[in-house]
Design a protein around this ligand. Structure first.
Ligand code: ATP
Ligand code: MG
Length: 552
């Protein structure tokens, strides 16, 4: 079956066919004012994927025209995340701030053409004069300044002769345009601020709608892909490209942003969680920044699969977080070794098993991938099992361990619960069982059946680890936002289990290694808090899923 093409590919095909362009060049233009999130991943993979598919080029460009919020820390994080995703910009790394001279020249050109003027209205007055959706705007009293006066005033702006907010340069288009973006938009403002790259060289900075088309044109971008909120800005994009008289005219195409249920996208919200200390940095595994997803155990392959399943569309909609979980399960199920891990341990003692005996069972590492081989797992008289695999008074249909019941210890023997002990608070502290040597795994025993199988680790042959369990950071059912606009946070989004016991095969696990903990889910070694003496795991995703891939 041939892949059906998305609407952007159809546009590109047509542009190549009718000669509007003879090559394809795309770019990803983040503003370095925060870390990238899953929505950006979609845009990166889309732009990079198109360049690859059409044998074109992909530019990495920092859109750093607003010095207030931009930082080098973000530049480095963004580069790291994009490389990790596999989008290779080769030697085409650019900064919009490198074009400040060219942008200034374009502004001067517009003034000379009578297409831009310096305006002294206050910000409030500019807003009033702009009109509304139903009423046209009014011309600024400064609109008819002469070219000479405008050139002089603009140069003075550049030379630092005016206070912030006292003068702006505006494009001279049409104050009665039905599109408010065309009502003499501001293209330069005075801002005495230090820029993370150009320092104090400039005290005037270009506005996004003016700067972006120039950046694209200077880099010979053919298809400038952005999100839907810029659709109404396209006439201005085209106006700038035409009036600046660039020979090659890039084309803006808009697509719908990716929104996900149960999580927080939007740099503004994520930054607030970080700044308020609600999460532990931009890479907290409960976030959906690319760094956080990576730390949590997602792979570039899973994100690519996810983006492909989402598709490219012209209308906004929200994707179920469960689809992202589906993708990582699909990717890891044949890749991640399976191990037995007891997250909330209780001791299980086999009364009739010799005290100093140790047996080793040969266990398959991944039943879905034979090439991953087998390993030896130690078994002994004292084991740990998970607290929720035992109940003193079980409800109907509980087939795991309870007094008098027999279960299979996965890969080992049948054991029967004969006794248990509790502390003064009523917590079970120890379970006593007997085992039946006849039921040894692999012996072909068929004498009787048991309904439950539970996992375990040998007390003396397991290692201690911290395991962090996660739930959604926002409570989607009650709405992501409270009435006052703050996020409706889930107080149980993170649970830290400090005494987990894991079979010793994971002893040498390294940061970002991924495992399936059998019967539980996929887990990844935390890259930030794991030390020589302490292993920390993040829950990537549980094994339970209600998600079904939509049929098409
Ligand atoms: P946010 O809205 O999260 O603050 P932004 O759009 O301000 O993001 P930029 O750094 O300006 O972030 O965006 C870089 C690119 O990523 C832009 O081309 C933008 O359209 C795209 N992008 C941002 N958010 C999404 C999203 N949710 N889905 C798809 N593309 C996105
Ligand atoms: Mg932005």
């Amino acid at each position: 079956m041939e892949d059906s093409k998305n609407f952007i590919e159809l546009i590109i095909d047509e542009d190549l066919e009718n000669g509007r362009f003879d090559h394809v060049q795309t770019r990803f233009p983040p503003e370095p004012n925060g870390y990238l999130h899953i929505g950006h991943a979609k845009s990166i993979l889309l732009n990079y994927g198109l360049a690859e598919k059409y044998n074109g080029k992909f530019n990495m460009r920092f859109d750093d025209t607003n010095p207030t919020k931009e930082k080098d820390e973000y530049v480095e994080a963004i580069k790291r995340d994009i490389s990790w995703l596999g989008a290779d910009w080769e030697d085409r790394l650019f900064f919009a701030s490198d074009y400040f001279d060219e942008m200034y020249e374009v502004a001067v050109k517009l003034i000379k053409k009578g297409k831009a003027y310096v305006c002294d209205l206050t910000p409030e007055e500019i807003r009033e004069y702009r009109g509304t959706l139903t009423e046209p705007g009014k011309n600024s009293p400064y609109r008819d300044r002469s070219v000479e006066e405008n050139l002089e005033l603009f140069e003075n702006m550049k030379n630092g002769m005016y206070e912030d907010g006292t003068k702006v340069l505006r494009a001279k288009i049409d104050m009665a345009s039905p599109n408010i973006n065309m009502r003499d938009p501001i293209i330069y403002r005075v801002a005495h601020m230090t820029h993370h790259r150009t320092g104090d060289k400039w005290c005037i900075y270009p506005m996004y709608d003016f700067a972006h088309p120039i950046e694209d044109a200077l880099e010979h971008i053919t298809h400038s892909i952005c999100t839907l909120e810029f659709e109404d800005h396209r006439p201005l994009y085209d106006w700038v490209v035409n009036e600046a008289e660039f020979e090659e005219k890039p084309r803006q195409i808009e697509f719908a942003k990716l929104y996900l249920t149960n999580v927080v996208t939007g740099k503004r919200y994520i930054k607030k969680l970080v700044d308020d200390g609600i999460v532990d940095g931009w890479d907290d595994p409960r976030l959906v920044t690319i760094s956080a997803l990576r730390r949590r155990g997602f792979t570039p392959e899973s994100l690519k699969m996810f983006v492909e399943l989402c598709g490219i569309s012209k209308s906004n909609s929200s994707v179920d977080y469960a689809m992202l979980e589906y993708c990582i399960r699909e990717d890891l199920k044949g890749k991640a070794p399976r191990v037995m891990a007891v997250i909330d341990p209780i001791k299980l003692i086999i009364d009739n098993y010799p005290e100093d005996k140790v047996e080793y069972f040969d266990v398959v590492n991944n039943p879905e991938n034979e090439e991953m081989g087998t390993r030896q797992v130690a078994f002994s008289r004292e084991l740990y099992i998970d607290r929720d695999d035992f109940m003193e008074e079980p409800p109907k249909k509980y087939f795991r361990l309870f007094p008098g019941n027999e279960v299979r210890l996965m890969n080992a023997y049948f054991v029967k619960c004969v006794d248990y002990k509790k502390d003064e608070n009523g917590n079970v502290t120890e379970i006593h069982c007997t085992y039946d040597p006849e039921t040894r795994s692999g012996s072909g025993f068929t004498g009787r059946k048991v309904k439950g199988t539970i996992h375990w680790v040998s007390a003396a042959h397991s290692v201690n680890a911290e395991v962090r369990l996660y739930e959604n950071i926002v409570d989607e059912e009650k709405g992501k936002l409270n009435e006052d606009g703050t996020l409706n946070l889930n107080p149980n989004s993170k649970t830290v289990m400090t005494n987990a016991r894991i079979e010793s095969s994971i002893r040498n696990a390294k940061a970002e290694d991924k495992y399936q903990f059998v019967r539980k889910g996929f887990f990844c070694v935390d890259s930030k808090d794991t030390t020589e003496d302490k292993l920390v795991f993040n829950e990537t995703v549980s094994l339970k899923s209600s998600f079904k891939l939509p049929k098409n």
